[in-house]
Design a protein around this ligand. Structure first.
Ligand SMILES: NC(=O)c1ccc[n+]([C@@H]2O[C@H](COP(=O)([O-])OP(=O)(O)OC[C@H]3O[C@@H](n4cnc5c(N)ncnc54)[C@H](O)[C@@H]3O)[C@@H](O)[C@H]2O)c1
Ligand SMILES: [Zn+2]
Ligand SMILES: [Zn+2]
Length: 374
């Protein structure tokens, strides 16, 4: 029996307040309004950005359903939706692409004006589609994928090849694309160059994959957790170091290791100190440093402007600079054509109801990406 047009009762992992575990609840998901799409989630990855909401490093309203790295199938569509239809396999997009705003129209831009960077927690019409225990539950970055069903704006969903394996390509919804794009689109890593990647989680390892595919000849992975080195080396890092093994600043260590030739650095942790370390570690004159890690909200950074005066470039990107609706289907096609491998990034697969276990694996440093299946 069709569920279109009806409220769906299903299970979701609700965060009721800061610093609390997820609570699996029965929620009500309203039908999609005009220009909205209701999606049945098939698989969703756990990204550090979801944890930033739990810890308050990213501002959100509560209760909220987080999760933003997923694959699903369209259950029903609202009035006026033309780009997807029921039954389509899709990836929800935490960076929308409305194709009308200034950033969408600029060939260099990707941060659509409809992105919910400010944490409004509602869809375009200013309301939520989720109810739990009689209370509205907020959305997260236009996606909210830790639920059996979600509703997103049409600008926040891309149709992908039906043959794509849901439990793998969900990583194209955030971690893989963010890191890979940071290297090839934002950093524009050149063949033969030397790169240093700070942070070897799922996103940092994807930066390494991007540096490698761009032809970098030397890729240095940096992490406090040496357990991450094996995977980094398997994915293309040429060497790995831990800052714990040195007393001098990491920028000096890298300069000595490479004869002062680090052209690109990437901060993929989300800490203010390592953002400055990464900037100082790229070449004093022609180096480029890319901020990928999400900084803690409302925190200010102080740094010596001489780091920039001498010629360095400091930039950042959201979702690897990809134009989401245009590029996500192409990345899925590239995955199916074996242009890159997502398997190495997936360390654990768990049933959705074990979501708290999945976050424990992140906290203990054991996981790269845990994929939750429904
Ligand atoms: N810009 C974007 O669009 C975007 C998208 C996704 C994720 N992110 C952000 O990217 C960051 C990384 O995400 P992830 O899912 O890979 O996280 P993760 O937690 O899996 O990986 C972070 C890694 O950094 C290491 N680390 C922590 N402190 C360190 C330090 N002081 N020095 C060296 N290494 C250190 C950890 O051991 C870990 O391996 C997060 O801040 C996340 O919010 C940004
Ligand atoms: Zn993410
Ligand atoms: Zn736009």
């Amino acid at each position: 029996m069709s569920t279109a047009g009806k409220v769906i009762k299903c299970k979701a992992a609700v965060l009721w307040e800061l610093n609390q575990p997820f609570s699996i609840e029965e929620i009500e998901v309203a039908p999609p309004k005009a220009k909205e799409v209701r999606i049945k989630i098939l698989a969703t990855g756990i990204c550090r950005t979801d944890d930033h909401v739990i810890k308050g490093a990213i501002v959100s309203k509560f209760p909220v359903i987080v999760g933003h790295e997923a694959t699903g199938v369209v259950e029903s569509i609202g009035e006026g939706v033309t780009t997807v239809k029921p039954g389509d396999k899709v990836i929800p997009l935490f960076v929308p692409q409305c194709r009308e705003c200034n950033a969408c129209r600029n060939p260099e831009g990707n941060l659509c004006i409809r992105s919910d960077i400010a944490g409004r927690g509602v869809l375009a019409d200013g309301t939520t589609r989720f109810m739990c225990k009689g209370k509205p539950v907020y959305h997260f970055m236009n996606t909210s994928t830790f639920t059996e069903y979600t509703v997103v704006d049409e600008s926040s969903v891309a149709k992908i090849d039906a043959a794509a394996p849901a439990e793998k390509v969900c990583l194209i919804g955030c971690g893989f694309s963010t890191g890979y794009g940071a290297a090839i689109k934002t950093g524009k890593v050149t063949p033969g160059s030397t790169c240093a990647v700070f942070g070897l989680g799922g996103v940092g390892l994807s930066v390494i994959m991007g540096c490698k595919s761009a032809g970098a000849s030397r890729i240095i992975g940096i992490d406090l957790n040496k357990d991450k080195f094996e995977k980094a080396l398997a994915l293309g890092a040429t060497e790995c170091i831990s800052p714990k093994d040195f007393t001098k600043p990491i920028s000096e260590v890298l300069s000595e290791m490479t004869g002062d030739t680090v052209k690109y650095t990437f901060e993929v942790i989300g800490r203010l100190e390592t953002m400055v370390d990464a900037l100082a570690s790229c070449h004093v004159n022609y180096g480029t440093s890319v901020v990928v890690g999400a900084p803690p909200s409302a925190k200010m950074l102080s740094f010596d402007p001489m780091l920039l005066l001498t010629g360095r470039t400091w930039k950042g990107c959201v979702f690897g600079g990809w134009k989401s609706r245009d590029d996500v289907p192409k990345l899925v096609t590239d995955f199916l054509a074996k242009k890159f491998d997502l398997n190495q990034l997936i360390s654990h697969v768990l049933p959705f109801k074990k979501i708290n276990e999945g976050f424990e694996l992140l906290y203990s440093g054991q996981s790269i990406r845990t994929v939750l299946t429904f």
